[in-house]
Design a binder for this molecule. Structure first.
Ligand SMILES: Nc1ncnc2c1ncn2[C@@H]1O[C@H](COP(=O)(O)OP(=O)(O)OP(=O)(O)O)[C@@H](O)[C@H]1O
Length: 488
């Protein structure tokens, strides 16, 4: 559709963009990223034919872009410029009608029925039909942006050029506009080339991205090829951290503000652990990065309150997640900030231990019973279903864990648990073999993410060496306590 070959050019003999090369296919959503002043708008002006080039070539549908007449070009390429905020006295409808100019012919250039139908259609598509009689200066920046998009679409172009299309748009309109444009690329094979500042939006919507620095191409490629910590840090000269999108496989980047590490050092220990009614509660003064299999807020997140709630052995309800959220609210906890587990074990039988090591420390809290012990290698003979948790293990770490340390910490704590059941010769009542856990165990690893960096937590890594024995001691003691109560 579009071939940009070794393009160089700029203003008044000063070259701003240099030696740019890329192709865009029909129906592609192509993004242009680069720092302020890197030449993105200049390149877009060249592609639209508005700014001559000094070297190279730009071909649209196999023909040099500069060999088209202005009117022919306008039938093929529409531009949505950066919104400047200048005052306009046209009405919405008149503004959109201007988009049909390139398709009119004859001396008096009358609007045909087809023109009117197209104008109405694009106004409806972009949601501006309801204020078609209003003057542009009566509209918000976001509404004006949609009017100019309607004008560009009224041209019925093959290629749409956008310069920071989400400027002035709130979150919902950013998504609405880009969803709409993406749909046009898929359903109408509209080719879109867009300049962006928002790297995360570019990643979500673009098929391919051109990254430019100082007028030169840094690279082109798919979002996962271009949007990496290394490339973005190099081009934008700022520290970013890559993280995963929760539902789709597109890279996302987070900025790291400088001031965030200014808080005083915090050490999680028994000072923050309390029994409140039927709950064991740890209220941290700061949010902790948490990975857990809790009922409330499982997975990975930053949380401040941790609740292990005692419920009866016969606890059952339709939706235990909803029931838990209602319970937490009634007890004065914020469900969105609380990791919540359940246990049939008495809270009084919880065991905790604080361990100090070289530059980091751990605080472990366990409640454990073995009523529904299972040999995992024979799990298939058991029936499934939800029961309140039995061995609940919390491992709080005063230190900074890597992602692999979180996962290894879970594995190490689990191995310690298996060893306890083995040493105490706890049997799976259904199979008569040694159990490896119970059917409803839950685990939580939470770290302050401050202080010593702990890269690994396998059984013989410095952190794992502390987790393994400490979790072993706590689970063993907790099972013995619960057993004593049962015997009494
Ligand atoms: N009409 C002009 N005449 C002369 N120089 C210009 C003109 N327009 C832009 N420039 C210069 O060209 C360079 C690149 O500008 P351009 O607008 O293409 O950058 P950009 O990457 O789009 O920046 P931004 O992200 O800030 O919008 C800048 O140094 C700018 O000052």
């Amino acid at each position: 559709m579009l071939a940009v070959k070794k393009v160089t050019g700029g203003y008044k003999g000063r070259n701003i963009v240099k030696d740019i090369n890329f192709n865009v296919q029909a129906g592609e959503f192509f993004g242009i990223l680069g720092p302020n002043g890197s030449g993105k708008t200049t390149l877009l002006k060249m592609i639209s034919g508005a700014l001559p080039i000094s070297k190279g070539s730009i071909h649209l549908l196999g023909k040099d872009i500069f060999s088209y007449s202005a009117k022919e070009r306008a039938r093929l390429v529409a531009v949505l410029p950066q919104l400047t905020g200048d005052g306009f006295s046209y009405s919405v409808q008149e503004t959109v009608l201007l988009g049909r100019y390139a398709h009119q012919s004859g001396l008096f250039q009358m609007m045909s029925q087809e023109d009117e139908a197209i104008v109405k259609e694009v106004m409806i598509q972009t949601g501006v039909f309801k204020f078609k009689q209003k003057s542009l200066h009566e509209l918000s920046g976001g509404e004006q942006q949609r009017v100019f998009l309607a004008q560009a679409l009224a041209q019925r172009p093959k290629v749409l050029l956008l310069d920071e299309p989400t400027n002035h748009l709130d979150l919902a309109y950013q998504k609405e506009l880009l969803d709409f444009i993406k749909k046009m690329t898929i359903e109408n094979k509209l080719t879109v080339i867009s300049v962006f500042h928002d790297i995360n939006l570019t990643s979500l919507y673009c098929d391919r991205i051109l990254l430019i620095e100082n007028g030169r191409m840094e690279m082109t490629g798919s979002p996962s090829e271009v949007i990496t910590e290394e490339h973005i840090q190099h081009v934008y000269q700022t520290i970013v951290k890559e993280h995963f999108h929760p539902t789709i496989p597109k890279p996302q980047l987070a900025l790291i503000p400088n001031q965030m590490n200014a808080e005083a050092d915090i050490m999680i220990n028994d000072m923050y652990l309390k029994q409140k009614g039927d709950c064991l509660v740890l209220e941290s003064p700061i949010r902790l990065k948490t990975m857990s299999s809790a009922v409330m807020n499982p997975g990975v997140g930053w949380f401040q309150t941790f609740v292990n709630r005692h419920v009866s052995k016969n606890y059952s309800c339709e939706n235990h997640h909803e029931e838990m959220a209602a319970f937490l609210t009634s007890e004065g906890f914020l469900p969105e900030n609380t990791v919540g587990m359940m246990t049939a074990v008495m809270i009084e039988d919880a065991v905790s231990e604080f361990v100090m090591d070289d530059g980091f420390s751990l605080f472990i809290v366990v409640t454990a019973g073995v009523g529904n012990a299972v040999d995992v290698s024979k799990g298939d003979v058991h029936s499934s279903g939800f029961l309140p948790g039995t061995i609940n293990t919390w491992v709080f770490i005063n230190g900074e864990l890597s992602d692999e340390a979180y996962i290894q910490a879970i594995a190490t704590a689990t191995e310690a648990k298996v060893k306890v059941l083995h040493d105490l010769k706890i049997e799976d009542p259904l199979t008569g073999t040694i159990a490896t856990g119970t059917s409803t165990d839950s685990i939580l690893i939470a770290a302050t993410q401050k202080g010593k960096r702990l890269q690994y937590a396998g059984s013989v890594a410095p952190l794992g060496k502390v987790i393994g024995p400490a979790v072993y001691r706590c689970i063993k003691k907790a099972i013995e306590k619960t057993r004593e109560r049962t015997v009494k």
